[in-house]
Design a protein around this ligand. Structure first.
Ligand SMILES: Cc1cc2nc3c(=O)[nH]c(=O)nc-3n(C[C@H](O)[C@H](O)[C@H](O)COP(=O)(O)OP(=O)(O)OC[C@H]3O[C@@H](n4cnc5c(N)ncnc54)[C@H](O)[C@@H]3O)c2cc1C
Length: 332
């Protein structure tokens, strides 16, 4: 039991400790705009407390850095431009981040736990000789973080003792910062050392869709092996159109070739937490649940009343999807 004096000291110490934090957030963007995960990472950085700097590195990336200029609670935006950042490879960005870190001595480096962050942060951590903490879902204090393990079946609390904490945060667990209410200066940083002989970016092909992006959509309609073919996914696209929803899939549906693998939701796919998740013909294997069980409302349509998906569903419909889905779409 702490005495009131030591409680006061602890309180003062923790608020002082928070003030002493200096956090570098690595922005994820496509040069023209910020990707939503950056807003989640900024919220996580604010929970750490302390001064926040955001690094925007790219090629002609001013529109992306401008999107941060009115954010509140950010001390500085660092902008680094170099042709080497084409394709945002970890090999070209890591030396820049190490340089920036050496000059400014941040206590924390934070990014989203996206494919970008997952490729970049371990490389930066290795160069700085510290252990990164990945996939953080909650922040207890500047050095203690909550993360999920075993496909979301256990929650771990970790205290990082390294002098520099490098963490990636799961976007769905931190509200998006609204990037409003302030004004922040932008500063150009040199990116001369950022060349890599290890990799060369050649090109990328992005799938185009008029539907909302899967990880940030408010409504997601997902299909599983129960759909039986790629053509039958049309039933889900029709339903998604009525709800302005993104379409997702189980791994079984992806492996069977019904849809492309960028639609996969789950442990080895995307993590989503929309307001409404409709699982159609999906059994509810733990690896699928790992990617969607934080959704606010879960609806399951499955003909098997014993399907595990019903254990996490708020609303369950035991029915043949080939009858239920067209009926639902028509009623909507
Ligand atoms: C290391 C590892 C990682 C994995 N990662 C992922 C991941 O990221 N995402 C993921 O989804 N899975 C993942 N899996 C696979 C996972 O274990 C399951 O195999 C997969 O999720 C099953 O997909 P499904 O529910 O579509 O298929 P099934 O389990 O075959 O379920 C199909 C469901 O459709 C129902 N159904 C069939 N016909 C109809 C009908 N006419 N009307 C209504 N319902 C119908 C059935 O009752 C059944 O419940 C992973 C597995 C491993 C080992």
């Amino acid at each position: 039991m702490l005495s009131s004096k030591s409680r006061l000291f602890t309180k003062q110490f923790s608020s002082q400790a928070k003030r002493l934090q200096s956090i570098l957030v690595i922005a994820e963007h496509d040069n023209k705009k910020l990707l939503p995960i950056t807003q989640n990472a900024i919220t996580a950085a604010k929970k750490l407390g302390g001064e926040i700097t955001v690094l925007v590195a790219g090629v002609q990336c001013k529109p992306a850095s401008d999107a941060l200029a009115k954010a509140s609670g950010i001390s500085k935006i660092l902008v680094a431009e170099n042709e080497a950042f084409k394709g945002f490879t970890a090999e070209s960005l890591a030396p820049l981040i190490v340089d920036v870190q050496k000059k400014s001595n941040f206590t924390h480096i934070v990014s989203g736990a996206s494919a970008f962050g997952k490729a970049l942060l371990p490389r930066v951590a290795a160069k700085l000789d510290v252990s990164p903490v990945s996939d953080v879902i909650g922040i207890e204090s500047p050095d203690t973080y909550i993360r999920s393990i075993y496909a979301g079946n256990a929650i771990q609390t970790v205290t990082a003792k390294d002098p520099i904490k490098i963490i990636s945060v799961r976007g769905t667990n931190f509200e998006a910062d609204n990037l409003e209410g302030g004004s922040t200066t932008q500063e150009t940083v040199s990116a001369d050392s950022s060349k890599s002989d290890l990799t060369e970016f050649i090109s990328q092909e992005l799938s185009k869709s008029d539907r909302p992006e899967l990880t940030s959509a408010k409504v997601v309609v997902s299909g599983g092996r129960g759909l039986k073919s790629g053509d039958n996914f049309k039933l889900l696209y029709d339903l998604a159109d009525k709800l302005n929803a993104a379409v997702g899939a189980s791994r079984a549906a992806v492996d069977a070739g019904f849809v492309a693998n960028d639609l996969q939701v789950g442990q080895t796919g995307k993590i989503v937490a929309p307001d409404l998740y409709i699982a159609v013909g999906i059994s509810g294997a733990i690896q699928h649940l790992a990617g969607m069980k934080d959704s606010k409302t879960i609806v399951a349509i499955n003909k098997d009343p014993e399907a595990p998906i019903f254990q996490v569903a708020d609303y369950g419909l035991v029915a043949d999807l080939f009858k239920a889905v067209p009926e639902l779409t028509q009623k909507l």
